[in-house]
Design a protein around this ligand. Structure first.
Ligand code: NAP
Length: 317
């Protein structure tokens, strides 16, 4: 299949580009947000194994969350777990001050920030309360803006890297995913603007757009989907309930539930791309760790006339 060959070629290109030598990595510190589970937890462990100094931001450090405990149990001088709710100005400022004061020389700066923390939800537009839009944006979008702004003085000093975790949903919309999609489209726009502004400072900005890895992370569990569905139906106006019908609503919830076990269970394509964005002398602007089906769909939706891609991927049922 052509898509498989293009993706293999992209991987080959990524692997042959020159990287910062391992001995220089030992001088470099990286902040990763959202390390309680999923990509963030694996990434903190992986980058630590490569020799980086890691500041692992955890939402639940102070509450004894499992991810924070797992990282603390590594008992490494090169890995510090930091309490960090990216939706809180105060926690972000405190975490960045802690990082600044822990650096051997703050004037050397921080090499990288990986903005990974994120939440997800689902629901058609008429079903979704405004609060849901605001809550998802507070973490996924404003969380990235807030964390990046707080880290930039240190990142600029190191002429370092900003790596923003977007999604394939940052390149294309989908039904019942608007609260999530608009935050990921926002990340793409923010990253482009940041990349242009940071050129004069020698800072490189990359976006990573994972495909479907739901089975491998805690982003979308069955319980969470059921909880969201119950809350959403209860808050819907009687008119919207009767227009859409409970039967149609339940069918969409069943479809969402079927996604919770789906996708790749191996997060290594995402982790390797983030590592490349931090270590390559020529990091890519966009990384697309996704399978051939989703890669083809992104290409079709972003390049074909909408009249054609709508017919291929969306129906009126
Ligand atoms: N999995 C996929 O298929 C997929 C695809 C494309 C993009 N992504 C993106 O990848 C990133 C990581 O997600 P994941 O799949 O690894 O899911 P995950 O396992 O749920 O990881 C997200 C992490 O962010 C944390 N978090 C939530 N709210 C936070 C806040 N306010 N401040 C700090 N941390 C917070 C979560 O903590 P708790 O566990 O305590 O809530 C969790 O540890 C997200 O940006 C997501 O949108 C994932």
């Amino acid at each position: 299949m052509a898509a498989d060959k293009i993706l293999a070629l992209a991987k080959f290109w990524r692997n042959i580009r020159p990287n910062i030598p391992a001995k220089k990595i030992r001088d470099k510190a990286v902040l990763v947000t959202g390390c309680d589970s999923g990509f963030g937890l694996s990434l903190a462990q992986h980058l630590h194994s490569k020799g980086f100094k890691i500041f692992a931001g955890c939402l639940l450090k102070d509450k004894g969350g499992d991810g924070a405990k797992q990282l603390e149990a590594m008992k490494s001088e090169r890995l510090k777990v930091v309490q960090m709710n990216v939706a809180s100005d105060d926690e972000v400022a405190k975490a960045v001050e802690f990082i600044r004061s822990s650096l051997p020389d703050p004037e050397d700066g921080l090499w990288g920030v990986v903005n990974n923390a994120g939440i997800s939800t689902f629901g058609e537009i008429e079903w979704t309360p405004m609060d849901t839009y605001k809550n998802v944006a507070e973490v996924n979008l404003w969380g990235i803006v807030r964390t990046t702004k707080a880290c930039l003085p240190l990142i600029r000093r190191a002429r370092g890297r900003v790596v923003n975790i977007s999604s394939m949903m940052g390149r294309m919309g989908n039904t019942a995913r608007s609260p999530y999609c608009i935050t990921k489209f926002g990340i793409e726009a923010f990253s482009d603007c940041l990349r242009y502004e940071m050129m004069r400072w020698g800072v490189k900005v990359s976006v990573v757009e994972p495909g479907n890895f739901i089975a491998a992370t805690a982003l979308y569990g069955e319980d969470r989907v059921k909880e969201i569905a119950d809350g959403m139906w209860a808050k819907m106006s009687p008119q919207v309930q009767s227009d859409y019908t409970r039967e149609y609503f339940d069918r969409q919830v069943t479809i969402m539930l079927s996604y919770t076990g789906g996708g790749s269970t191996d997060v290594s394509p995402v982790i390797e791309d983030i590592q490349d964005a931090l270590t390559s002398y020529f990091p890519l602007t966009r990384y697309t760790p996704m399978d051939a089906y989703w890669w083809t769909r992104v290409q079709a939706i972003t390049h074909l006339p909408a009249g054609i891609s709508d017919r291929i991927y969306f129906s009126k049922k």
